[in-house]
Design a protein around this ligand. Structure first.
Ligand SMILES: *Cc1c(COP(=O)(O)O)cnc(C)c1O
Length: 343
């Protein structure tokens, strides 16, 4: 049975699995000095149309934390949205890996940061007793399924850079943001002023792994040591990188993301037609948030559906993945219609 709890409930997509199996052939150099890893990094440079520096790590928490640690000293602070994964779901890892840098969480409509909020938090204090703001981190697509447009990104990064801050992007669902916006990967990142991207592979259909992409190579100084010390340097690196090659070559990454987004649109369209239900956010990517009456939520669970209600600003979250079938969406919709009708 398929579920809507998270896009990481799905298995490995065929293109990634084929590449993984193809990489399982003979002996090759370890620790990333292999042709799979070199080619996957080159394909990422093609995707971003930039000579960026690329590192493959095991998961998103490590990618975010190590990237943020590379951007600041222990006495610095990182400005994030109050719903940001780094703030709510990483168990303090950004502080841990940066040896104490603090997160400064701010509000913002639809899960998005604004230039005004950044200015407010940076100018609030300038004394020696406060951790000095050094980084802005934003999530693309956001934790509530919205996507920053290039003009929104440019406004944020211009403000950040004027204030002497670096910009990090948590792209656990970057593929969905690209597919949903129709904007090129370059225009959603470095051309809009993003310094470092954590590009999520897991939720896109890889078995495991995220890519840390430095558009400003100077920021990646000694980053390999940071990964190694944190236990994030894979010795059989080819099995992290080959699946990336599988989904990048031939464009499967964008096709799968577009499919997941389309399934979210199908679900949102159906929910909008159910009397009494309210969508909580625009559906820009692959997540749908809806306020369900309590009995409907409970009865859905009783029928076996798995979904989260603790993420974002409340409500039920339904995530679609690369393999979410239209029939699954329609079965969920039929159950919700039936239950909402009786509620
Ligand atoms: C899933 C996710 C991550 C990565 O989580 P891991 O479980 O550490 O791989 C990071 N940011 C966001 C917004 C996510 O949804």
């Amino acid at each position: 049975m398929q579920h809507f709890a998270s896009d990481n409930y799905a298995g490995i997509c065929p293109e990634a699995l084929t590449a993984l199996l193809a990489a399982n052939d003979g002996h090759v150099r370890s620790y990333g000095d292999d042709e799979w890893t070199l080619r996957a990094a080159d394909r990422l440079r093609d995707v971003f149309e930039a000579d960026c520096d690329v590192y493959f790590v095991f998961n998103g928490t490590a990618a975010n934390s190590l990237a943020l640690a590379a951007l600041c000293q222990s006495y610095h602070s990182v400005i994030c949205h109050q719903l940001a994964h780094v703030e709510t779901d990483e168990c303090g890892a950004p502080q841990f890996f940066s040896n104490g840098a603090r997160l400064l969480a701010v509000g913002g409509e639809q899960g998005k940061l604004t230039p005004a909020a950044i200015v407010e938090v940076v100018t609030r204090r300038s004394d020696i007793h406060y951790p000095k703001p050094k980084v802005v981190t934003l999530t693309q697509a956001s934790e509530v399924g919205t996507v920053y447009r290039p003009d929104e990104l440019q406004a944020i990064t211009a403000t950040a850079h004027q204030l002497g801050l670096r910009v990090h992007m948590d792209g656990a669902r970057f593929a969905n943001a690209v597919a949903g916006s129709g904007v090129s990967p370059a225009d959603l990142t470095w051309r809009a002023g993003v310094d470092v991207l954590c590009f999520g592979g897991t939720k896109m259909g890889l078995p495991v792994g995220e890519a840390v992409v430095f558009f400003d190579r100077r920021l990646a100084d000694d980053f390999a040591y940071r990964c190694k010390q944190a236990g994030q340097l894979a010795s059989k690196m080819r099995f992290l990188s080959a699946p990336w090659l599988g989904i990048l070559e031939g464009g499967a990454w964008l096709r799968h993301a577009a499919h997941a987004n389309a399934m979210a649109q199908r679900l949102a369209g159906g929910l909008a037609r159910v009397a009494g239900l309210r969508l909580l956010f625009p559906v820009d990517a692959n997540g749908v948030f809806v306020q369900l009456p309590n009995p409907v939520e409970q009865d859905l669970r009783a029928r076996g559906w798995l979904f989260y209600t603790f993420i974002g600003a409340g409500g039920a979250r339904f995530m679609c993945g690369w393999d979410t079938a239209p029939e699954t969406v329609d079965r969920l919709l039929a159950d919700i219609c039936q239950l909402a009708d009786g509620a």
